[in-house]
Ligand binder design. Structure first.
Ligand code: PLP
Ligand code: COI
Length: 340
């Protein structure tokens, strides 16, 4: 280990670890399994497609130490498939699922001592796929790099399960129909930095984006999906191509159904979201983060007493219990690391 980690004060920030995984493909050749190498800078042409035209994708997943004393990942094949869909959209060669999952296993295994103890956080796994070869015209790069690095992380929003205050963005949208909002394109994220920073400067944890066509439906919360609960029914924006199909979102829909709740995927207009009993956002980094208030056009609407709602808490406990293996995995979502 390069440096000791204080597991009790982990935040969602980068701690360089020991080992990363990397593989490249040239001139349309099929992907081949890559290698582990020391974590560090990578050489790249100034004319790389990713640097010039943003031909790149990332993924985000986590490895956990569980109550069974082992290290597991959560649905890694879903991240592999989402990256494949993104590769298709950005004209990159998709990484085969077997290479992706094997790479995740290898890199987590090589960095096992960076996985926080149960309940203290997780090892965040960051796969990247990029056009790394040089290209001048706006066209796909001649070669591609797939790499994965990992870093131990704590809560994405300060305070973990404490309810967050959000601001609906009135001047910016995250994605438009026909664009790249439905895939994890790196270029989707920089335009969100200005609205996010401005909201944070005013004391909000993040912004909520509305749809670009009518500016009346909720799409997403920065880098997390949105849910609200009214009369014990869950509502979440439908996947229309402008919203990232979150793996946490999908898991919550299934878990809520198995707990007996109805879940409606549809258009979630702002007015009805503001009248809901509970609201939360979810993602790999955000886990399930209760929303305490939403501010829209100068009016702040507080949910309940500003504390996490009952159903939000029940879903949080179910999801984290499954990931920590304190609850039975009835869905087959836990992916243990092979023992070496
Ligand atoms: N929405 C956006 C824009 C994201 O970047 C993420 C994070 O990956 C999510 C939603 C949540 O997706 P997941 O649950 O797969 O992490
Ligand atoms: C994730 O939840 O994994 C994300 O990608 C969110 C963010 C750090 C971009």
């Amino acid at each position: 280990m390069n440096q000791p980690v204080d597991w009790d004060s982990l935040t969602f920030s980068l701690t360089p670890t020991d080992t990363m995984y990397i593989t490249t493909t040239l001139d349309g050749a099929p992907w081949t399994p890559g290698n582990l190498q020391p974590y560090g800078d990578i050489p790249m042409s100034p004319a790389a497609g990713v640097l010039n035209y943003g031909q790149g994708l990332f993924e985000g997943m986590k490895a956990y130490t569980t109550s069974k004393g082992r290290i597991v990942c959560f649905r890694p094949e879903e991240n592999a498939r989402r990256m494949q869909r993104g590769a298709d959209r950005l004209k990159m060669p998709p990484v085969p699922e077997s290479i992706f999952v094997d790479a995740v296993e290898q890199v987590v295994n090589a960095n096992r001592h960076w996985v926080p103890p149960m309940g203290k956080g997780a090892l965040y796994i960051r796969p990247l796929l990029m056009g790394s070869g040089p290209v001048l015209g706006v066209s796909p790069a001649p070669s591609y790099t797939f790499l994965i690095y990992v870093t131990p992380v704590g809560p994405y929003f300060k305070g973990g399960m404490s309810a967050i205050d959000l601001l609906i963005s009135d001047h910016h949208h995250r994605a438009a129909p026909g664009g790249s909002g439905g895939v994890k394109a790196i270029g989707n994220y920089a335009p969100g930095m200005k609205p996010s920073k401005e909201a944070k400067a005013e004391g909000y944890a993040e912004v909520i984006y509305l749809d670009a066509e009518t500016h009346s439906h909720i799409e997403e919360v920065g880098a997390a999906n949105f849910f609200c609960v009214k009369n014990s029914v869950l509502y979440t924006p439908e996947l229309t191509g402008t919203i990232l199909p979150g793996i946490t979102r999908d898991s919550i829909i299934e878990m809520a159904g198995s707990l007996g709740y109805d879940v409606v995927e549809g258009k979630v207009d702002v007015a009805s979201a503001l009248e809901a009993d509970e609201a939360f956002c979810c993602g790999t980094a955000a886990v399930i983060s209760p929303i305490g208030s939403i501010t829209h056009e100068g009016t702040k609407v507080v949910y309940g007493d500003g504390k996490p709602g009952t159903i939000t808490t029940q879903l949080y406990d179910a999801l984290t219990g499954l990931q920590n293996e304190t609850e039975e995995d009835n869905f087959g979502w836990i992916h243990p690391l092979p023992q070496d």
